[in-house]
Design a protein around this ligand. Structure first.
Ligand SMILES: Nc1ncnc2c1ncn2[C@@H]1O[C@H](COP(=O)(O)OP(=O)(O)OP(=O)(O)O)[C@@H](O)[C@H]1O
Ligand SMILES: [Mg+2]
Length: 278
């Protein structure tokens, strides 16, 4: 035994994870229990979705996994290493970022407006060990792999559409060559047709590289399209989980049923307000 993880070992394992945000001092507000004992595993080569209403704790779980939020209780393991404590040094933060990259809902706020697209990718490459003359060629290769040809290299984020910016955010994540990418409502702000393009791109990337996704979304149609398995969160707890296709085809838990019922199906028409009122 050499101690290195087997190909089937979970990439991420969270156990009894809890997060309490203390009430601000000097107020009558109560502590917020955002995550209340969550356990799950992300396996190699899988896309695991976390679904649930707004405020159910999805982002907080993800932020604890990448070390952006401290853990109140429970454990986080990434690639077999204990990652429960938030990284303290720059070197520790970089080591964590090489394991798991995070793509946010709004890439505009997470991209530096004064950095050209090529530099965005090159600087993440450099941070993770690909510097010098090879960096430009590699950055171009990565941009190409997310469907952004050469001409985008010298553009600024503000010159790009929402879909193109999200491609840049995905390219930047790929530059770290991570084992896992957390996609937190990564297609939520996009038009349906652009959403479909980005979902196809994510599927292609997953097929080509050994990368797993933790895909956070409140949109069950999107989750149905991309994920293998899903966990359902409500009020900081996992209330349901299973293979996505099965869970959505035959939801047994009342909360999953109610989530599914909230998704308009084919032929859905908006109900006019006056009808609702009567
Ligand atoms: N920094 C914070 N301080 C205090 N409370 C917080 C903080 N961050 C999140 N919360 C609270 O924790 C709970 C879970 O929030 P979280 O952002 O994880 O939900 P979410 O499922 O990602 O929701 P959404 O779908 O709207 O993104 C909410 O009640 C939220 O108000
Ligand atoms: Mg969120």
């Amino acid at each position: 035994m050499n101690g290195s993880p087997a190909p089937t070992d979970p990439l991420i394992r969270v156990t009894d994870l809890r997060k309490v945000f203390p009430a601000p001092r000097g107020t009558r507000a109560e502590d917020v229990v955002a995550v209340d004992g969550v356990s799950f595993e992300l396996l190699p080569d899988e896309c695991l979705a976390i679904v649930g209403e707004s405020g159910s704790g999805k982002t907080t779980v993800a932020r604890m996994i990448v070390g952006l939020e401290t853990v109140t209780d429970g454990t986080v393991e990434v690639l077999g290493k204990d990652r429960t404590a938030a990284p303290r040094s720059l070197a520790a933060r970089r080591a964590r970022a090489r394991e798991v990259q995070y793509v946010f809902q709004d890439p505009y706020s997470s991209l530096n407006g004064r950095q050209r697209i090529g530099e965005v990718i090159a600087s993440n490459l450099k941070l993770h060990g690909v510097g010098g003359s090879g960096a430009r060629a590699r950055a171009q290769e990565i941009l190409d792999s997310v469907g952004l040809p050469q001409k985008f290299f010298d553009r600024f984020p503000k010159e790009l559409s929402g879909g193109q910016r999200q491609r840049v955010a995905i390219a930047r994540a790929l530059a770290a060559d991570p084992k896992v990418i957390v996609l937190d409502e990564a297609v939520a702000a996009l038009d349906v047709s652009i959403q479909a393009q980005i979902l196809n791109l994510l599927a292609d990337i997953k097929a080509e590289r050994k990368v797993s996704y933790l895909f956070i979304s409140h949109d069950l149609a999107v989750v149905n399209q991309i994920s293998d398995r899903m966990i359902v969160m409500e009020n900081g707890l996992v209330v349901d989980q299973g293979a996505t296709a099965e869970l959505l085809a035959n939801p047994t838990h009342p909360y999953t049923r109610s989530l599914r019922a909230a998704v308009p199906g084919p032929g859905w028409k908006p109900v006019r307000r006056e009808k609702l009122a009567s």
